[in-house]
Design a protein around this ligand. Structure first.
Ligand code: HEC
Ligand code: HEC
Length: 377
């Protein structure tokens, strides 16, 4: 007798669509597409390769540049930015300018795609990612799979494949629908369970929580809080604004990816919709959900350890924190040394003690979804 496949081995529920199964809705179609390596030229990678559900939806593969950047389907190309988590991404509002004149939301570190649907169309045609030559070629791959061919016609329209543009948009739409399911946003971390009264935080985690949301002792809440009140359910720990933190160049990544060491990643200013110089070097505030298991950190993956990130913040307020513990040298200068948020009055905060640094790290560990708790050190 065949053993019953169990969903306990989480990922077995999300393997590629079988040719003999019918696909009932867009989410299920999107799920199959998300895991399908046929969307890449040499059939070596899917969305899940760089946004791996067993690893907090980030790229856990090693490359010559470590885990900071991603290897493309050609087996040699390396990107220049760290793959952000695709988890909780649906909570980023569509890219827009708010009444205060600040850009908010969108997808990618620079918000250049307004929403998940726009984003999902990018990687298959990106030459250093999935490397497909054009939309028609992607559609030919999809039509070769009988269950896709049937599903696209049933879920969109009979003639969908006569227009590669429309069919490609339907593919992106389906992947986005899957990314909007709760598989990407379970809200079952220790922190969520604590808010629901199911578990207690340790003393250290509790101190970290107070510090994190405090208006007096840290500035974290000024950027990493979506809801008005700290302690609200479904907090994603990002207000989806853009700031320049003064993150240095990742020289190791640049040594390997062929990008000139003096190239400047302009961040938000690299977004074609943004023209004002004052946005140079700004990146989208990252969600802190699953942060403890999604190293390395920052848009270029320059920091390996969560504690280093907290020390990096503290150096702006604390002259004693003059050494980067990972390099044992002084903190390198910002890639864009203008409008660094943490140098302004608005984001000044008191210096942190070692105990407070550790407490913030302990608190961030409680933001780990239950399925990844075994990965916590
Ligand atoms: C080769 C690795 C790679 C592949 C394959 C890949 N991505 Fe990404 N993804 C990245 C990188 C790197 C970024 C950040 C790029 C940037 O900001 O310029 C990113 C960004 C994203 C974001 C934005 C998240 C945020 O917070 O802004 C989402 C969502 C996403 N990818 C989903 C997908 C989907 C869906 C697919 C499959 C169609 C996919 N990715 C394929 C590497 C990859
Ligand atoms: C001025 C706004 C701002 C403040 C204040 C701030 N952050 Fe951030 N944070 C950001 C931005 C923007 C990023 C993404 C930077 C990048 O990618 O280069 C980020 C990234 C991070 C990351 C890495 C995320 C990742 O996926 O790589 C961590 C961890 C983090 N912040 C924790 C904190 C903590 C803890 C505090 C308080 C001590 C804090 N932040 C204060 C804006 C802020």
């Amino acid at each position: 007798m065949k053993p019953l496949l169990s969903c306990l081995a989480l990922l077995s529920c999300f393997s590629s669509a079988q040719a003999d199964t019918t696909i009932p809705d867009k989410e299920t179609l999107g799920k199959a597409l998300y895991f399908d390596v046929n969307l890449s030229k040499n059939r070596t990678q899917s969305c899940a390769t760089c946004h791996d559900p067993s690893r907090g939806f980030v790229d856990h593969r090693d490359t010559p540049a470590g885990k900071a950047v991603s290897l493309g389907d050609d087996g040699v190309s390396l990107g220049d930015r760290n793959a952000p988590t695709a988890a909780y991404a649906r909570f980023s509002p569509d890219f827009h300018l708010n009444p205060k004149g600040q850009y908010v939301g969108g997808q990618f570190h620079d918000g250049r795609e307004a929403d998940l649907k726009g984003q999902a169309g990018g990687p298959p045609l990106n030459s250093i990612e999935m490397g497909m030559p054009d939309k028609a070629e992607v559609m030919a791959r999809l039509q070769a799979n009988l269950s896709y061919a049937t599903a696209f016609k049933q879920l969109f329209n009979e003639a969908i494949f006569s227009d590669p543009e429309q069919a490609y948009a339907a593919m992106a739409d389906s992947i986005a629908a899957f990314e909007k399911t709760d598989f990407f946003a379970p809200f079952d971390a220790k922190y969520d369970r604590y808010l629901r009264g199911e578990v207690q935080l340790t003393k250290e985690e509790s101190l970290g929580e107070s510090l994190f949301f405090s208006e007096q002792f840290t500035n974290c809440h000024q950027c990493h809080k979506l809801n008005t009140f700290g302690g609200s359910p479904e907090e994603t720990f990002s207000n989806y604004e853009y700031h320049n933190l003064g993150v240095p160049v990742n020289k190791t990544a640049r040594q390997h990816n062929g990008v000139a060491a003096d190239f400047v990643d302009q961040g938000l200013l690299a977004n074609p919709q943004v023209k004002d110089e004052k946005h140079s070097g700004k990146f989208k505030v990252a969600t802190l959900r699953n942060i403890a298991i999604t190293a390395p950190y920052m848009h270029n993956g320059i920091f390996q350890d969560l504690k280093t990130v907290v020390l990096f913040y503290d150096q702006f307020n604390n002259p004693k924190r003059d050494l980067n513990p990972e390099t044992h040298t002084a903190w390198a200068k910002p890639e864009v040394d203008k409008n660094v948020a943490l140098k302004t009055e608005e984001f000044k905060a008191p210096a942190l003690t070692d105990k407070e640094v550790d407490a913030l790290v302990a608190f961030m560990k409680t933001l780990t979804d239950q399925r990844y708790e075994h990965l916590l050190k």
